[in-house]
Design a protein around this ligand. Sequence first.
Ligand SMILES: NC(=O)c1ccc[n+]([C@@H]2O[C@H](COP(=O)([O-])OP(=O)(O)OC[C@H]3O[C@@H](n4cnc5c(N)ncnc54)[C@H](OP(=O)(O)O)[C@@H]3O)[C@@H](O)[C@H]2O)c1
Length: 289
Amino acid sequence: MRVVLLGSTGYIGQHLLSIYPDARTPRVDIADPSAVAAMLDDERPDVLINAAGKTGRPNVDWCEQHKEETLRVNVMGTLVLREACAARGIYWVHMSSGCIYAGDAGGAGFTEDDPPNFAGSYYSRTKAWSEQMLKDLSSPEGGRGGILIVRPRMPFDGTMHDRNLIRKLVRYSRVLDEPNSLTYVPDMLQAIRILVERGATGIYNMVNPGTLSPYAIMERYRDIVDPGHAFERLPVSRLGTTVTTGRSNCILSCDKLLREGIALLHVEEALESALQHMRAHAGVAEVRL
Ligand SMILES: NC(=O)c1ccc[n+]([C@@H]2O[C@H](COP(=O)([O-])OP(=O)(O)OC[C@H]3O[C@@H](n4cnc5c(N)ncnc54)[C@H](OP(=O)(O)O)[C@@H]3O)[C@@H](O)[C@H]2O)c1
């Protein structure tokens, strides 16, 4: 299978390279229609994976000050890829996000059919717009040119990558205490591999069963990795004192994955696995995938 991976230098892209080590990784501006068309005609992939996007540095607050760049990549780039792949009948995978929701849908968790309900940050709005456009333009039958839309949420793993959620939380002195759905990256990679093998199309919430708050994650981090780690509890009502734009706190249903026989670890078990890996590699600065 000939795979083209876009955004291969990013956090998710580097992880995807571990399951598709032979993937082609052309450097192309996804919002440039002629560059994308030339790349696809040259590479002729069986599968294109789009892990390119503007996510902001150091965080999504950046997107509030760089709306045009964010819109250009996250929305226009997605549409350019859709049109180019549709014209050539190329099956492709788009990395969307679960950060388009707020709340827990009455306790059940948001399903893939629920409309987005969080518009509190520009980044989240661009992810919701692009996903909605892909959904509206997708053929319900799937097939050639079909799109698999994957929704990770606060991805974490056991590496020292600075965009690993655990590593981000370690840098905060006050940590949010609000339950959320989370994505254990190794589980997501296996699920994507299976879905791609099946040629699956449509939206998939890519979260592990169960919920954890960032504060609870740091408590386990202190127990397992660094007993000296100090941090304070940040209730959700005080979140506005630490960030300039809104953050999505939400719980997603993973029932669709389960119905298709794709079982992810319970999030507490996944966290344990990530933290044990971190402890085993404590002091190792480089990224280990
Ligand atoms: N990490 C998360 O917390 C998270 C959660 C849910 C969903 N996602 C989604 O997953 C995707 C990847 O996220 P990430 O965390 O891996 O982001 P990241 O670390 O910021 O990486 C973004 C990637 O996109 C590339 N890129 C930026 N602008 C581009 C353009 N115009 N054309 C082509 N490539 C471009 C970057 O390349 P350069 O190196 O050249 O800049 C980089 O490879 C995004 O769509 C994001 O919304 C991420």
